[in-house]
Design a protein around this ligand. Structure first.
Ligand SMILES: [Zn+2]
Length: 160
């Protein structure tokens, strides 16, 4: 193609285009097209980004990751119920004390939902108890997250 002449043709529709036109990738091949044909492919810059991402995933090596996180104790709902009943409060009274809805307390005590950290914190403060424990998680991930099976995740619980 002769670019010196300042004129070129769209490689899809053949229409004359003004340089530089648009460089797109159609089915793996790079073509130079007019403005109305660029929709038929992905523009070069975007295609390059996608390529880089794919390579990163392929190169990912098996790795061991240790994470520390605060996790709700398993019987948090029973603890909350026991603490509330010890004080002779109704669910409504407890809800008012932490400025939440009675329905939320009901769901928490029935273990229908996992309360968010903000709510947990309020309950911990109110009762002077701890509902969370520090959990150490060792994750061994292979080529991708999707391949991590239950057997690969080891949970070590620490007291206190
Ligand atoms: Zn065209």
């Amino acid at each position: 193609m002769n670019f010196a002449g300042g004129s070129m043709n769209c490689e899809i529709c053949g229409k004359k285009i003004r340089p530089p036109g648009y460089r797109i990738v159609v089915e793996g091949a790079e073509v130079r097209v007019c403005a109305s044909c660029k929709k038929y492919g992905s523009e070069i810059s975007i295609a390059k980004q996608a390529e880089v991402k794919r390579i990163v995933i392929k190169k990912k090596k098996p790795q061991t990751k240790v994470e520390f996180k605060e996790e709700l104790v398993e019987n948090f709902n029973l603890i909350i119920r026991a603490e509330r009943e010890k004080r002779g409060w109704s669910q409504e009274q407890l809800a008012k004390k932490i400025q939440e809805k009675e329905s939320l307390i009901k769901k928490i005590e029935n273990a229908e939902i996992t309360p968010d950290p903000k709510v947990v914190e309020k309950i911990e403060k109110l009762f002077g108890i701890k509902l969370r424990e520090t959990v150490q998680e060792v994750k061994i991930s292979r080529s991708s997250q999707a391949e991590v099976t239950l057997g690969d995740v080891v949970v070590v619980r620490k007291k206190g």
